[in-house]
Design a protein around this ligand. Structure first.
Ligand code: FNR
Length: 191
């Protein structure tokens, strides 16, 4: 069974990206993947500073996050779009997990992994521009990003009162993305 780690690049209480990642996770699980859905709120990390890293090493929470990624075959990531790009929260976590320590392989967390990426926004573009930057970032560090991706526009109109995605078409699209990510992870791990 392939293992995926899923998270949103937002720790906002009513995060839209948290809402969409939950649906993609369902799709991946239905396709047979073992998915660990986490929140970055459980992995608070200082803003990366190379002097601090040299003096103190990798902080405990950053190390835990990195180990989760190392153990996984792939990722599901839902990112908010902040000024056309990814939020500092997400980039900071990705940066910490990219650091080498001891005889660890460089980029062990990312190399040879797969990712399904998505975004949600109240705006008309649904965060489409963050997906361009996130795809480039992940591919530069060795993660194969699924061609299919989803930017969910006007996401506030697609939720029920509890904040869960209720629009059937959106649920279908997000589940498909989760399923396709799981299937790509199966192919990559078998090759
Ligand atoms: C935003 N937002 C935003 N939305 C968008 O569609 N394109 C953008 O470029 C931006 N830029 C931006 C910058 C900053 C600093 C903030 C705080 C917000 C709005 C953003 O998409 C919205 O707050 C989402 O709801 C954030 O995602 P979560 O927290 O709901 O997952």
């Amino acid at each position: 069974m392939v293992k995926l780690v899923a998270f949103a690049g937002s720790t906002r209480e009513k995060s839209y990206n948290q809402a969409i990642i939950e649906v993609a996770v369902e799709g991946a699980r239905e396709a047979g993947a073992e998915v660990k859905l986490i929140t970055l709120a459980d992995y608070p990390m200082p803003i990366f500073n190379q002097d601090d890293e040299a003096e103190h090493g990798i902080p405990e929470k950053a190390q835990q996050f990195k180990e989760l990624l190392i153990e996984a075959d792939g990722f599901l990531i839902a990112s908010p779009e902040y000024n056309s790009s990814y939020p500092a929260l997400l980039k900071n976590a990705i940066d910490w997990a990219s650091r080498q320590a001891g005889d660890e392989k460089v980029l062990a967390a990312y190399k040879g992994k797969v990712a399904g990426i998505m975004a949600a926004s109240e705006g008309a573009l649904g965060g489409m521009r963050v997906l361009v930057t996130l795809r480039m970032l992940l591919e530069n560090i060795g993660t194969m990003v699924l061609p299919n991706q989803k930017a969910i526009s006007r996401v506030n109109t697609l939720l029920d009162e509890s904040g869960k995605v209720s629009d059937e078409k959106t649920i279908k699209q997000l589940k498909l993305l989760g399923k396709q990510t799981a299937e790509l992870a199966v192919k990559i791990t078998a090759s």
